[in-house]
Design a protein around this ligand. Structure first.
Ligand code: NDP
Length: 462
């Protein structure tokens, strides 16, 4: 078959999450005939059960700290504040519905299929609607943007564990929560539910939470979480969950049995490929089960593309958005007056919304040292001004890693209030290749925590 005229669409996208919707909008804006199939609510993980509800609950949890801190500033609360879990869930659900609607509206100009899609061949998609009816569409190119799904390891009573898909809507607030996993989701949820008033135990199999982050930041944040009341059990994993009336008894590999009202398995995510029919088409997967793509996001089967979590390069919404825009530019040309985007995975900033949050961009100290590179490490650890009076013992840690040969700042890490907001700005400087001398020449904003990044004069170690 030759030429796009025989196809219904030039691009058929499966998945209405961050990556899929962005590709659809941008593709349609370039004048391409685009269709998108989604079997659930629009917006994918980020909008429905990820970034957005997580941040909403994080804000909710921060109030607990603020009520506490306010006392040091002379505020007297008439009574102990209490969380209305139903009210929080309702407010969240309302906001998410509003966002679902916005995402639907963004797709004006895109043919929309509500149903589960599978590939019959490299150019034919079959969509099964909720009422059981099926439709077929022919497309010149197919883009898989189906995201990821929580992975729960095998253990006895596995079905009693919940995942991040369930936690936002638990019927009753879990007074005692056991979290398994010490990654982004485990640490964020442990912090958030601790703030909301739950007694939280975090069980992690390794020797320190947040593997892959800067070691000093990991130790610092573990200490802060513990100071806030999270019980962290290292070298510990779930062996078995037993239901005893209304209580879950969780047997851990460290020999302890912990009682909980809910057990959250936050043990990673896997690409969402079930039922897509990729095996029959011979689409190659990576060892981790993600779709293998080349630098143009094309899979091993010509005309089938993939972006976002299903590709598994960096499971972050802004990365999926950037991949979508890069792909659309490559397929349909850049927007007028713009040069085509190129995907660059260096210096991607990210944040972990623990309490306090972590912000990070560039290399960790451990990564920077690899290969014997000469580096300088600058660090500043302090009690933020807000807590000199609040009574909170929370401390902030900020670090810069500088390459000796070039003087460039190659790593920037922070654990403290507003870390995400601060790191985003500094990520621009790092992307531009800023040197330590340029950091030093920048005037600080006083009083702020961020100014520490431009006033670190003494080398902590080499
Ligand atoms: P992560 O990979 O971050 O963490 C998974 C955790 O589970 C790790 O501590 C890991 O341990 C542990 N684990 C994995 N397999 C097992 C197992 N079989 N038994 C016991 N423990 C296990 O995954 P998350 O699910 O937390 O998050 C997925 C991704 O989503 C993140 O990597 C991130 O890209 C993205 N995300 C980003 C957020 C943000 O930007 N703020 C927030 C939430 C998610 P070990 O380290 O030892 O392998």
């Amino acid at each position: 078959m030759n030429g796009s005229t025989v196809f219904d669409y030039e691009l058929f996208i499966i998945g209405g999450g961050s990556g899929g919707v962005r590709a659809a909008r941008r593709g349609a804006a370039r004048g391409a005939r685009v269709a998108l199939a989604e079997c659930a609510r629009m917006g994918g993980t980020c909008v429905n059960v990820g970034c957005i509800p997580k941040k909403i609950y994080s804000y909710a949890a921060h109030y607990a700290e603020s009520f506490q801190d306010a006392r040091g500033y002379g505020w007297r609360l008439p009574q102990a504040p209490a969380l209305d879990w139903e009210a929080l869930k309702t407010a969240r659900a309302k906001e998410i519905s509003r966002l679902n609607g916005i995402y639907e509206n963004l797709l004006a100009g895109v043919a929309r299929f509500a149903g589960r899609a599978r590939l019959l061949d490299a150019h034919t998609v079959e969509i099964a609607a909720p009422d059981g009816s099926t439709t077929q569409a022919r497309a010149q190119r197919i883009l898989i943007a189906t995201g990821g799904t929580p992975f729960v390891p095998d253990f006895e009573g596995r079905e009693l564990a919940i995942t991040s898909n369930d936690i936002f809507d638990l019927p009753t607030f879990p007074r005692r929560l056991l979290v398994a996993g010490g990654g982004y989701i485990g640490c964020e949820m442990a912090s958030i539910f601790n703030g909301l008033g739950a007694q939280v135990t975090l069980a992690y199999r390794g020797e320190q939470i947040l593997r892959g982050f800067d070691d000093e930041i990991r130790a610092h944040i573990a200490a802060q979480l513990q100071a806030h009341g999270v019980s962290i059990r290292l070298h510990s994993d779930i062996v078995k969950i037993m239901q005893k009336e209304n209580v879950l008894q969780v047997q851990l590999s460290d020999g302890e049995t912990v009682e909980a009202d809910a057990v959250l398995s936050a043990t990673g995510r896997r690409p969402n490929l079930d039922g897509l029919g990729l095996e029959q088409l011979g689409v190659k997967l990576t060892k981790g089960g993600a779709i293998e793509v080349d630098e143009h996001f094309e899979s091993s089967v010509s005309g089938i593309y993939a972006i976002g979590d299903v590709v598994g390069r960096k499971a972050l919404t802004p990365v999926a958005l950037a991949e979508a825009m890069t792909l659309v530019d490559a397929l349909f040309g850049a927007a007028e007056g713009k040069t085509p985007r190129h995907m660059d995975y260096d210096n991607i900033p990210s944040a972990v919304f623990t309490h306090p949050p972590i912000g990070t961009v560039g290399l960790t100290e451990e990564q920077a040292r690899k290969g014997g590179r000469a580096i300088r490490v600058y660090r500043s650890e302090f009690r933020p001004l807000v807590h000199t009076i609040s009574g909170s013992s929370e401390r902030t840690l900020m670090k810069l890693i500088v390459d000796d040969a070039t003087d460039r700042v190659i790593g920037l890490h922070m654990a403290g209030p507003d870390a995400a907001e601060i790191t985003q700005g500094f990520a621009v400087a790092m992307k531009a290749g800023a040197t330590k001398a340029q950091f030093d020449a920048t005037i600080g904003i006083h009083p702020s925590s961020a100014e520490e990044f431009v006033t670190m004069r003494d080398v902590a170690r080499r």
